[in-house]
Ligand binder design. Structure first.
Ligand SMILES: NC(=O)C1=CN([C@@H]2O[C@H](COP(=O)(O)OP(=O)(O)OC[C@H]3O[C@@H](n4cnc5c(N)ncnc54)[C@H](OP(=O)(O)O)[C@@H]3O)[C@@H](O)[C@H]2O)C=CC1
Ligand SMILES: CCCCCC/C=C/C(=O)O
Length: 500
């Protein structure tokens, strides 16, 4: 039985929500319609605040501000060093306000407050600093042309960017998208997920404080089917950067194509294999496998949700997994003893529980967990299914919760084939002390991120994104910056040069 920590009263003074309106052209404003929507605390199902509900009319105003800021404003025309300095100030303000932002994401998304303060928010500031440092290192190339022509390329900002972000990492997603776009000299409209508007609005205020000019960053809170769809279809938006479900990713791409053929980058769902060979130390790797599914309550696209264990260590490994779940505390995300908070909302909570019922009906063995906690809020026990078969729904579909599907395998060839047998291709974990196996498997798995003897090894310098139905283009790394740039080739004749 998973313990639900008794201390549900937070000793931390939860801050009042300061920003609830749309942020357009440097000001917090009501939506044109005057409509608002509730943002709910998944700990207790209570209303945190009412937030301005932007729709097409507000997207039009936000895009107009971003368009004007790009076409005539200072941001794309500042020297890269000036952009860098403002971005560094932005990063400093993120760190200075880490505690308040962590509290907002804990209230809005059920994310652990302590982890937010010490990991999520600081890593977001690091992402911003990484791209501040990249701002004055955006270089084209000189070309060796075949005739008496001199050629070179320019990397130019793509223009007005629409960022549509999900609810699972409100902070990182905001900064992973906004940071590189700022460094590139772009302007933007951010549509945060309806479940998690609070930190995005807070970041908008910090950006203004840091000196980001009005109109460069605009935040329109609201719903995907209205505000999000309007952003994707907008004729004055030059690029869409989307993170979310594969299903919605298709809609985003369709809207972009049917409007002005704007390019899109898609970071979508996953069903990542975590592969354990029988030469590993079970005591060390089993905890990593559990973190691979339980980190952030399983609401992670790269979660290692399919655990493949080689038969030689299967029984010992599974026994260790159960031991670990018994020490795993599910409870109030403000309580420092909690390892796991509530799922983000009622819809996701019910979705996870419905997948657990699928697993039972399909004949998998429910080894541990499988229940909601008997308390208010959207809390789900860490759940492990064994005897899972590849054709089962819990082996094929992304659950996006603390539910692990465990499978046994014999050979390297078998596990490569089974790991690749998925529509997704986001990430994979390969646990082995055999370098040849690590090399073979890492090159054979069709996924955008491979972690060998580690997991969730995120870094600002390491590109992150998917193959197949997990999307294309990358966040993070210099690839995460280049998607906000476009290449211009320039050529001129050369005369009397001693060489070509
Ligand atoms: N790759 C990743 O990091 C993530 C993947 N996911 C996947 O998505 C699933 C559901 O999560 P969810 O948040 O509902 O993901 P969605 O794909 O539904 O939403 C992601 C973002 O897209 C917006 N959106 C929704 N419909 C449209 C549309 N027609 N046009 C433009 N934007 C739209 C959403 O707005 P709104 O929230 O207001 O509807 C949200 O901001 C998860 O179970 C998981 O499979 C989810 C989060 C992160
Ligand atoms: C420190 C963790 C950063 C994670 C940010 C991106 C991951 C998103 C996902 O896979 O859902």
């Amino acid at each position: 039985m998973v313990k639900s920590n008794g201390n549900l009263e937070s000793h931390f003074q939860i801050p009042k929500v300061k920003f609830t309106k749309l942020f357009i052209n440097g000001e917090f404003v009501d939506s044109v319609s005057g409509n608002t929507f509730e943002t709910i605390d998944p700990r207790n199902e209570e209303v945190i605040a009412r937030i301005a509900e932007g729709d097409k009319a507000d997207i039009d105003l936000a895009v107009k501000a971003a368009r004007e800021a790009f076409d005539n404003g200072p941001w794309p025309r500042l020297s890269p060093m000036e952009r860098r300095n403002i971005m560094l100030k932005f990063a400093d303000l993120i760190i200075e306000n880490a505690e308040e932002i962590a509290a907002l994401d804990a209230m809005d998304a059920g994310k652990l407050f302590a982890a937010g303060k010490t990991m999520d928010i600081p890593s977001a500031a690091q992402f911003m600093r990484y791209y501040a440092g990249a701002a004055d290192k955006i270089h084209g190339t000189t070309l060796k042309m075949s005739r008496d022509i001199q050629g070179y390329t320019l990397l130019e900002p793509i223009g007005v960017v629409g960022h549509i972000i999900p609810w699972n990492f409100p902070t990182q997603m905001f900064v992973m998208k906004v940071g590189p776009a700022l460094a590139a000299g772009c302007t933007m409209v951010v549509k945060p997920a309806e479940q998690t508007p609070l930190s995005a609005l807070y970041y908008a205020q910090l950006a203004k404080q840091a000196g980001v000019p009005d109109g460069v960053i605009n935040v329109v809170t609201g719903f995907g089917s209205t505000a999000g769809a309007a952003l994707c279809s907008h004729m004055d938006v030059d690029k869409i950067s989307f993170t979310g479900s594969t299903e919605v990713g298709r809609l985003v791409m369709q809207a972009a194509a049917l409007s002005n053929l704007k390019p899109v980058s898609l970071e979508l769902g996953g069903k990542s294999p975590f592969i354990v060979f029988d030469d590993v130390d079970v005591e060390k790797v089993a905890p990593l496998a559990m973190i691979g599914i339980l980190f952030n309550k399983g609401e992670v696209c790269v979660a290692g949700s399919r655990l493949f264990i080689q038969e030689g260590i299967y029984d010992k490994f599974v026994k260790k997994l159960v031991e670990i779940t018994k020490t795993w505390v599910v409870g109030d995300p403000f309580d420092p003893n909690s390892h796991q908070g509530p799922q983000v909302d009622k819809k996701q909570f019910e979705r996870v529980l419905s997948y657990i019922e699928h697993g039972k009906r399909e004949g998998a063995t429910l080894l541990t967990g499988g229940n909601a906690l008997d308390r208010k809020g959207y809390f789900v026990e860490p759940t492990i299914f064994t005897d899972v078969e590849d054709h089962m729904i819990i082996a094929k579909e992304e659950i996006f919760g603390p539910v692990l599907s465990v499978m046994k395998f014999k050979t390297v060839e078998e596990v490569i084939k089974r790991a690749n047998c998925t529509q997704y291709g986001l990430a994979a974990g390969v646990m082995t002390n055999n370098l040849n196996i690590a090399n073979t498997v890492s090159r054979s798995i069709r996924a955008g991120v491979i972690w060998i003897n580690c997991y969730f090894a995120f870094d600002p310098d390491c590109p992150y994104g998917g193959y197949k139905s997990s999307g294309f283009e990358r966040d993070l790394g210099m690839e995460g910056l280049h998607k906000y740039l476009q290449v211009k080739s320039v050529a001129t004749p050369i005369y009397n040069s001693p060489w070509l």
